[in-house]
Design a protein around this ligand. Structure first.
Ligand code: ZN
Length: 351
């Protein structure tokens, strides 16, 4: 993987304060969870390194001479309705009768269409904006460990080969979502990648670790060794922002080996649940922060990476989340942004 803008990255290396931020040298404070819960941590709304680089002439080529990009991603955590969602379904039955009835039908007879098997409808929304996205799927396995409690209904992607093929045929992208306990085990990640590629019949370039589980710099080294070209796990799970001041895909640096790690990082700037939770599910506040971050992205000709899980597109109780997603697409489209997936931007950033 040959990053096209390495000269620009070297420029930051000579400015100590920026370099420390770029490498997250003092990352103890950055990972302080209490701090992350404070939604008004304005220092993280500052993509100062990307702004500096842009002033210095760093302005990547985007499709159709667009000046910025919004990278759209979806982690496929659920296809079946987890029983933890049942109460929300029942208490919101009046908001959309059609969705309500189809999900109830599935609860009664599991042979019906799974509630969150909705990739085509996500694609249809995005196509209205000429957009593309990346879908991150768990690899095939009988047992997906979702989290410590593992209270969810796992899916086996082998049962959804037809849907995977449709996503690929429509020129959208498939990436890998590592299992909760695999993310730091090279052999497991390698094995998962090979198994997922047996379904996609093409190389999987990108990855996001489930739960944003990540060690710095170890996870980058591991994912590179497993053959991934890019990662997009690097973000906040309790809030939003530009974690290391970058609003562009970048090449991580290992402060221990003192070497760059040959993998591209798409910093994850906005995750649906993290954003909504940090503003107590207040739509107006969530949009205010999002708009600020899109405007900052425009001002540095940057790339804003966002994650909206697939369940929000079919959840009666997450209608505000979907409203927010549509508003992001509307606003960025009107501002002449390039709404696309990881691989399309990746190709613009490599030689
Ligand atoms: Zn996940």
């Amino acid at each position: 993987m040959n990053y096209k803008y390495m000269d620009q990255i070297y420029k930051i290396k000579n400015i100590q304060s920026m370099w420390d931020k770029y490498c997250l040298k003092n990352n103890d404070t950055l990972f302080n969870k209490d701090l992350m819960k404070i939604s008004n941590h304005s220092q993280y709304y500052n993509p100062n390194i990307s702004l500096f680089l842009n002033k210095d002439g760093f302005s990547p080529d985007y499709e159709d001479n667009k000046k910025f990009s919004i990278v759209l991603t979806h982690d496929i955590d659920d296809i079946y309705l987890p029983f933890t969602h049942y109460p929300y379904l029942l208490t919101n039955f009046f908001s959309d009768k059609k969705i309500f009835l189809s999900q109830i039908k599935w609860i009664i007879n599991k042979k019906n269409k799974p509630p969150y098997l909705n990739f085509k409808s996500i694609i249809d929304i995005e196509k209205n904006y000429g957009a593309k996205s990346t879908f991150f799927f768990f690899p095939p396995t009988d047992k997906i460990i979702r989290n410590i409690k593992n209270t969810y209904t796992p899916y086996n992607v082998l049962h959804f080969e037809k849907e995977i093929k449709t996503i690929i045929d429509l020129d959208f992208e498939i990436g890998m979502h590592t299992n909760y306990y695999s993310y730091n085990l090279l052999n497991k990640v390698l094995d998962e990648k090979i198994k997922l590629e047996e379904i996609t019949h093409k190389q999987i370039l990108g990855v996001r670790n489930h739960f944003l589980r990540f060690d710095i710099p170890g996870s980058w080294e591991l994912l590179h060794k497993a053959g991934f070209e890019y990662d997009t796990t690097f973000g906040f799970s309790n809030s939003v922002g530009f974690k290391n001041g970058m609003c562009h895909p970048f090449i991580p640096y290992n402060l221990i080996s003192k070497k760059f790690i040959p993998i591209m990082e798409f910093p994850l700037h906005i995750m649906d649940g993290a954003l909504l939770k940090s503003v107590n599910y207040n739509f107006r506040k969530a949009w205010k922060i999002t708009k600020l971050m899109i405007d900052l992205t425009i001002s540095c000709n940057g790339v804003l990476t966002i994650l909206f899980h697939n369940d929000i597109f079919s959840s009666l109780y997450k209608s505000d989340w979907l409203k927010l997603y549509r508003k992001i697409l509307d606003y960025s489209y009107e501002a002449n942004g390039w709404l696309t997936n990881c691989i399309s931007v990746y190709e613009k950033f490599v030689k």
